[in-house]
Design a protein. Structure first.
Length: 328
């Protein structure tokens, strides 16, 4: 059980992180939806990732912030609140959706680099829907076991048998972290390998082709950074969840466990900063959205996915429209 000082410190930390998460990821969604030329398959996947990150942050507030202001109900009401609010179900739902979306983003990156084409709008919608169905299926089982422990003042998982959580934690470690990380690493490695091969065939005289290749590299680097941050920040949490049922000395709800959750929240906060750092286009549209005064009112109409227009225009001799007009 946390001391009053520890609980207060966590509430302050999460308060800051949740605020940054909500503002940053809301701006990502706004910039993408507001600007017609930002509506590419890649950017829609980034918007879905932003929504998942918002969900992660919003539903950490009942557990770490609101509970400092209100007493947690006990009994049946307490169990219900644990299942859907203070137990973190919707936070982990967002986390699972993030993992699925990051795999989809890494595949899309590999597909664009290797085949020089987007996935279709229809497949994109299916992927986004699948990310939430997948998350619901993976994260729903613990909801049945969530109960409020009045002694520890913490939501716990009361499984009918000790075997169930041991099996489930291994499954979630694989589905939420192990397999997604392996797939992302594979797709990124293939994309980087293809980019290196393409670089060898680019001549200095073909400036348009060189610019398109540089755009591919920038977007690929951005996605690799986002993936690396996700993997580094989620590893402590999925590991602590696994240890809670395989090593009795590791206490579920300890300071170490809550520290791991802090890293989860950090992961959901940083993506907008990565986009702004790596993408000049996103940075310009973001400045426009927040009313940042610039020397010129001209905003370029390239997207976070600059590579799409540049590389395909060099191949076809014309610029492309939005993602809805593209096909595999």
């Amino acid at each position: 059980m946390l001391t009053s000082l520890e609980a207060t410190a966590l509430a302050v930390v999460f308060g800051v992180l949740v605020f940054v998460d909500l503002v940053g990821n809301s701006l990502v969604c706004y910039v993408i939806l507001k600007n017609h030329h930002m509506r590419t398959p890649m950017n829609y996947l980034l918007a879905n990732l932003a929504v998942a990150d918002i969900l992660v942050a919003v539903f950490l507030t009942p557990q770490y912030i609101f509970r400092r202001l209100f007493s947690h109900p006990a009994g049946v009401a307490g169990d219900f609140v644990c299942k859907f609010f203070t137990g973190g179900f919707l936070t982990w739902l967002g986390g699972a959706a993030s993992a699925f979306t990051l795999v989809a983003i890494s595949f899309e990156r590999h597909y664009v680099v290797h085949h020089n084409r987007h996935i279709t709008s229809r497949k994109l919608k299916a992927v986004i829907a699948a990310s939430w169905v997948y998350a619901l299926v993976v994260e729903l089982p613990p909801v049945i076991a969530y109960q409020y422990n009045s002694i520890g003042d913490f939501c716990v998982e009361a499984w009918p048998s000790s075997t169930y959580p041991k099996v489930y934690t291994v499954i979630t470690f694989l589905l939420d972290f192990g397999i997604p990380t392996a797939l992302m690493t594979y797709f990124h490695a293939r994309a980087v390998q293809t980019l290196r091969q393409q670089t060898k065939h680019v001549t200095n005289h073909n400036s348009q082709q060189f610019a398109a290749l540089n755009a591919k590299k920038r977007v690929t680097i951005m996605v690799v950074i986002v993936t690396a941050i996700y993997s580094a920040c989620w590893l402590p949490d999925v590991t602590s969840y696994l240890l809670a049922y395989y090593h009795p000395e590791f206490r579920y709800g300890s300071v170490l466990y809550h520290t791991a959750v802090v890293f989860v929240c950090v992961s959901s906060c940083v993506n907008p900063f990565v986009y702004s750092w790596q993408s000049g286009s996103f940075r310009r549209h973001l400045k426009k959205a927040i009313g940042w005064k610039q020397g010129s009112n001209q905003i370029t109409t390239t997207t976070l996915q600059e590579v799409c227009n540049q590389s395909r225009s060099s191949a076809q001799g014309k610029s492309l429209g939005p993602a809805n007009n593209e096909s595999v």
